[in-house]
Design a protein around this ligand. Structure first.
Ligand code: G5P
Ligand code: MG
Length: 220
């Protein structure tokens, strides 16, 4: 496994609800790449009421980004735990300061950007259901669970995220425009940015798949 797994260190960018979690799962099954969602990390800390969780909760509820120092340290620690294998980060970096901190530590192979219009996003998020244990995401229209409100694999209950209320979604999109869009310019200047534009994950996915296959061999 050694050399293939070392092959790629990548980040997955895109506005809230653009399909990062959905695409990350597909990349994980197709390429065997370890994925790390900073949103899932933050929600786990909130659920466990850790010191970080208590600090982060207020930000998440308001649709604001968690302060750079906190999220950067948390993420770099998790990456270190993955070890020498490759990885794909979902939801990090979200600011230029985070992007710089990551570049200082690790050479990056690619920044994959899901370029999905804001209008598409708002209606998706209100229909989203999540399995907290695994981070699996469903949508009552797009990929409904076999049984409403229940996870397909574990049979455990699904929950709706507290930050998927319409007013919070608007706040998250504002944060994205102000603080995350500059990250696209940052990676663009480094020649690392690969943008995929569309309104449907199933339409965008084959292009991402094709691109990644030039960087890392698929599992089968
Ligand atoms: P998160 O958790 O990173 P966001 O806002 O970046 O949250 P989110 O909401 O998790 O992103 P996503 O992962 O991009 O969205 O999208 P998804 O879950 O795969 O898809 C959204 C919905 O659409 C799902 O229901 C899915 O089934 C459906 N869907 C997918 N494709 C299609 C399609 O083609 N058609 C249709 N109809 N539906 C589809 O971050 C949360 C908070 O944590 C903090 C911040 O406070 C943030 O707000 N945080 C950070 N703070 C600072 N820095 C960081 N690096 C941080 N990371 C997290
Ligand atoms: Mg997500």
């Amino acid at each position: 496994l050694g050399s293939r797994a070392l092959a790629l260190r990548a980040v997955l960018l895109g506005p809230p609800g653009s399909g990062k979690g959905t695409v990350a799962s597909r990349i994980r099954s197709r390429f065997g790449l370890q994925t790390l969602s900073t949103g899932d990390l933050v929600r786990d800390h909130i659920a466990r009421k850790t010191e970080i969780g208590v600090l982060a909760k207020e930000c998440v509820l308001a649709g604001r980004l968690v302060p750079d120092e906190i999220i950067t340290e948390l993420t770099l620690t998790e990456i270190k735990a993955i070890g020498e294998r490759g990885w794909l980060l979902d939801g990090f970096p979200r600011t230029v300061s985070q992007a710089r901190a990551l570049s200082d530590r690790y050479p990056l192979g690619a920044a994959i950007n899901l370029d999905v219009p804001f209008a598409t996003i708002t209606e998706r998020l209100t229909a989203r259901w999540t399995h907290p244990g695994s981070g699996r995401v469903y949508n009552t229209h797009f990929n409904p669970p076999r049984k409403p409100g229940v996870d397909d694999e574990t049979g455990e209950p699904l929950v709706q995220r507290v930050d998927d209320r319409p007013e919070t979604v608007i706040a998250r999109l504002k944060e994205y425009s102000a603080r995350t869009e500059p990250v696209l310019i940052y990676y663009g200047e480094k020649g690392l940015l690969h943008s995929f534009t569309g309104t449907e994950t199933d339409v965008i996915w084959p292009h991402i798949d094709e691109f990644l296959a030039t960087r890392i061999p698929p599992l089968k």
